[in-house]
Structures are given as C-alpha cells and as structure tokens.
Write a protein that binds this ligand. Structure first.
Ligand SMILES: *Cc1c(COP(=O)(O)O)cnc(C)c1O
Ligand SMILES: [Zn+2]
Length: 423
C-alpha cells in the first residue's frame, strides 16, 4: 500500500490507486489532494527535500542536496522595522545550506514529480516552460535519469542549462511565445506515451513546494502568522495553504492558518484584479487587458501565467479566502529597489520574482496589513545565481528539435523515437 491516497475535495471520494493521476475520475474540476497516512511529520535523514518525504507523494527518494532552507533575517528585518522575519530561501547559497543549483523553488517541484512519475506513471513527462521550471526539470532529469521532454520558446532556450551533461532531456524549441510552447506540448501529449506533467494539478508539484512551509514550521517551532510570496500561477500559495492544514493536523505547530500575502508584477496582475473585486473568476477584459503588452513589460516574467488555477475548487481564490489573505500589485521600479535592498541586506542576489515578494512585504508592513512584531515567512523563491555560477558549470541544453508555431504534430514520430531510445 502506498503511504498516501488521493482525494477529490469536490465529491469527497478517495482515489485508491495513484497512476500519476491528475484529476478526479468522476469528472470533478477541483484540484485533487494527497492524503498522507502519517498525520505527524517525522523528518527523514535525507540531505534535501526528501527530509519531508512523509508528506510527499512518493515511496522512494533521491539523494539530492536540493531542499528548502529557513533562517531568521537580521538585516532586512531591521531595515523593515520587523522583529520576527524568517526567510525561506530556495536557491543556491551553500554557506546557508541552500543547494538548489538551478536557483529556484521549481526544483522542489521537479524532484518529487520525477520520483512520482517513476513510481506511478507510464510514459515520458512533457513540460512546457519559459524558464525556471524547464531548467529545474532538465537538471532533475540529469541527476535522476528520469527522461523529460521540455518545450520552450526559442528565445528562452538559453536559460535551460544543467550542471551535468545529460542525454535525458529532449528539448524542443518553438519559434513563438510561451503560449505557443504550451500549445505544442498539449499537442504532443495527445500521443500515447507522452504525459503532461500537470502543473498545479500535480500533487507532487504542490506538495514539493509546500515543503517551504514545512521547513519554516520546523525551523521556527510553529507556523508563521503570515506567508509572503510572488505568484504567477499561485501554485506556491495553494501549496503553502495545504501544507499549513497538514501542520494543524499534526498538532505541534499551532492551530491558525498563516495568512497568505501573494504578489504579482504590474502591469500583468490578473489575480490581483479578480481578488480585489471579490470575484472567483478572472475576466480577461477587466483583469488582463492588453495581456501581451503587459507581459512584455514586467520585470519578472516567471510571474506571467495567463491561465492560473485561481477560480478552480482548491485553487488560489479558496486559499486566499480560507487564510484571510491579500494580494498586491508591485510595479517594476518597486521590485527593482526591493531586490537591491534585499541583496544589500542579506548579501545574496534574489530572483526578480523574489524581489517582487520583498516589495510586497515592505508595503504590507507599511500599511499595517502585517504587524511588525508578527512571525512572518518571506518565501524567497529563487536566488543565488551569481554564487551558483562560481561553483558549477552551466551547460546549455542543445535543442533536439526546432519547430515553427503550430507544427508540433509533425514531430511526434521524432519525439517518440527519442523516447524509445531514452526511456
Ligand atoms: C515560478 C516562480 C514563482 C511563482 O510561483 P507560483 O507559485 O507557481 O506562482 C515565483 N518565483 C520564482 C523564482 C519562480 O520560478
Ligand atoms: Zn470528484
């Protein structure tokens, strides 16, 4: 028996067998969840994220040093006039024990996903990504040997590198934007044997991100009162909420859900618009007018998801509602300044998305939304790029196939033959 079952929060039914299941078999739209047999969290003797394997949808583990790290902030905390600020750092900073070589918390999603696929799936994972996710999956394929097909816009391909040479990545570049890459990935996944990774629907991905909250609760000794993160899909916010519910069930970490403070980068702020209007639905004409131009204008492009799991049951709207959360629209200038302030105070370079989160935290303290004495977890979702470049090779992944927009159907035989050779 696997150490977890899956449950649909819509119809309440249990899904006994996990076959890399992404949705309720009864046709419900809610995000299905993992229910772990162990209600209390025992830390395993593992070097990285698999310390939390009790609450990851896996049986086996990988001896990867990549994992979340939590420490108490001194300098930034002082700058902001705070007393109890904790930083969850998911990036590369070996002096602090942070060893995510691709420098973002996407590796926390990719590692358990690769194990879950190996244990429950049949087929080869397909991931569409413009950046951090793709790099994390490439790296994970390199270290685990679990092959992956990555579809990326050609302009983003240079961001896809690994620290080890690998044969386990089939990179397909599309002459188009991120939406075109997603469309190509979807087209590929209509072929048997090519399996969509699942995004927010993938419990391994959410519970992998949720380890940032678990690590913080263990480090602080209790759950924080507030959780601050920059979001594009909001999956990290959903994951923090779900992890908090499990921690309440554990009983040792407090009984109050941390409030979620989620930030987007203006001018592309669809979830901020919908949330502040009190709507469960994103209305594109109102919440993301001129989406293309807005996306092109932001400082942090990993925060530009056009179809976030916002209104779906168990999604961002529910997470914000349950935690009495708030959303913030952060301008480029504010984000740049906050990023500079963070780098000077904590002496590590933040990912631009993390800079957006720092700006939101500063504003929340200023407006009184966050009490300066409260226990706060700032999720620094990426960083340490400069440090990582000093210590590791960054080998750019060569595209196996290059296609024009809308041409994915034509390469299916090539992809399947790649899979045959590598899987
Ligand atoms: C993907 C990403 C985010 C946004 O994460 P979601 O919770 O999926 O919206 C934030 N920061 C970094 C560095 C990321 O790569
Ligand atoms: Zn259901």
């Amino acid at each position: 028996m696997r150490p977890y079952t899956l449950r649909c929060p819509d119809c309440g039914q249990k899904i006994e067998e996990d076959r890399y299941t992404l949705a309720c078999p009864h046709g419900c739209s809610a995000l299905i969840r993992a229910v772990y047999r162990k209600r209390t969290l025992d830390l395993r003797n593992e070097p990285g994220i698999f310390r939390f394997a009790d609450w990851l949808p896996v049986e086996g583990t990988i001896a990867s040093p990549a994992g979340p790290v939590t420490f108490r902030s001194e300098a930034l905390s002082r700058d902001l006039g705070m007393k109890n600020l904790w930083i969850g750092f998911s990036g590369y900073w070996p002096e602090r024990g942070a060893r995510i070589v691709t420098c973002s918390f996407k590796e926390l999603e990719a590692l358990p996903t690769a194990v879950r696929m190996r244990e429950t799936g049949s087929g080869t994972l397909v991931v569409a990504s413009a950046g951090n996710t793709g790099r994390a999956f490439c790296q994970t394929a390199a270290v685990t040997g679990v092959p992956v097909v990555v579809v990326a816009p050609s302009a983003a391909a240079k961001r896809l590198w690994t620290t080890e040479e690998t044969e386990n990545v089939c990179l397909i570049t599309v002459d188009g934007d991120y939406s075109d890459a997603i469309a190509a990935a979807n087209e590929l996944c209509t072929s048997p044997g090519l399996v969509p990774e699942g995004g927010a629907k993938n419990v391994a991905r959410r519970d992998g991100m949720g380890t940032v909250m678990l690590d913080a609760a263990v480090a602080i000794g209790r759950m924080p009162e507030h959780y601050v993160q920059a979001v594009g899909s909001g999956t990290g916010g959903i994951a923090a909420w779900e992890a908090s519910m499990r921690l309440i069930g554990d009983g040792r970490y407090g009984g109050v859900l941390p409030r979620l403070h989620l930030a987007q980068n203006a001018p592309f702020v669809p979830m901020v618009g919908a949330w502040q209007a009190g709507r469960r639905e994103i209305v594109p004409e109102i919440d993301m007018p001129d989406a293309g131009a807005s996306i092109a204008a932001v400082y942090s492009d990993v925060l530009t998801n056009r179809n976030p799991p916002y209104g779906v049951r168990g999604g961002v709207f529910d997470a914000l509602s349950a935690t009495r959360g708030a959303m913030y629209a952060v301008k480029n200038r504010e984000a740049r300044e906050a990023g500079k302030q963070f780098a000077e105070a904590e002496e590590i370079d933040p990912d631009p998305a993390a800079a957006v989160a720092v700006a939101a935290l500063a504003r929340a303290v200023e407006t009184g939304a966050i009490d300066p004495d409260a226990a706060v977890l700032l999720n620094v979702t990426g960083g340490g790029y400069l440090r990582a470049a000093e210590d590791h090779d960054q080998i750019v992944v060569e595209p196996a196939l290059r296609i024009a927009t809308g041409a994915a159907a034509g390469i299916v035989p090539d992809v399947l033959s790649w899979v045959k050779r590598h899987a």
